[in-house]
Design a protein around this ligand. Sequence first.
Ligand SMILES: C[S@@+](CC[C@H](N)C(=O)[O-])C[C@H]1O[C@@H](n2cnc3c(N)ncnc32)[C@H](O)[C@@H]1O
Length: 190
Amino acid sequence: MKQQKPLLIIEHCEPTLSEWLLLEYKHTAKLWKNNLLFTRVTDAKTKKILQKLGAVKKEKAKDLYNGKQCIVLDPQAKKQLTPPDCAKADALIIGGLLGYEKPQGRTKTLISAASGFQTRHLGPLQLSIDGASFVIKAISLGLPLKDIEIAKEIEIIHDPVHSTILPFGYPIVENKPVITPGLVKYLSKL
Ligand SMILES: C[S@@+](CC[C@H](N)C(=O)[O-])C[C@H]1O[C@@H](n2cnc3c(N)ncnc32)[C@H](O)[C@@H]1O
């Protein structure tokens, strides 16, 4: 099958494939269907799991796509991602990195700084991996970032006394946040 453009690349940077991370990867795979590549997957067990979701390579994106038109989605980028950027790109690269409440600039240190690729941001809020994948998909389909509603954080209510605040930006569709399928159940088990 001919590869559609742009390809979404997730550069897997976490040392382990946690349940939370896998839920975000699975959601991304649903959004990007067969147009998803995981890079920097060096461990055989992780490769076996991720092969069910997309193509998998052990190399880093910067080595596989050297000389190609790639854009790293980096919260520290100066320019925002636009539909024309997506139309020109061979691949859009996001970090397979779970967020901390206070962003630590790991996308830059682990991916974009040494890549030689252009960088773009998706607004001032730190999005989850699948949230970023959702927003990138919408932009690649022609929607400008300013027209995508993004909540500052969301609160998951488990019962009348327990809740979890997720301090990340979540895209809103028809007044509801786009939450990783399975995440609410996973959090309620913790
Ligand atoms: C949960 S974020 C991890 C961010 C990481 N903690 C950092 O400080 O760079 C996962 C990935 O989604 C993408 N992402 C999330 N929010 C973004 C934003 N506002 N602009 C650009 N990319 C973003 C980045 O590719 C990032 O590596």
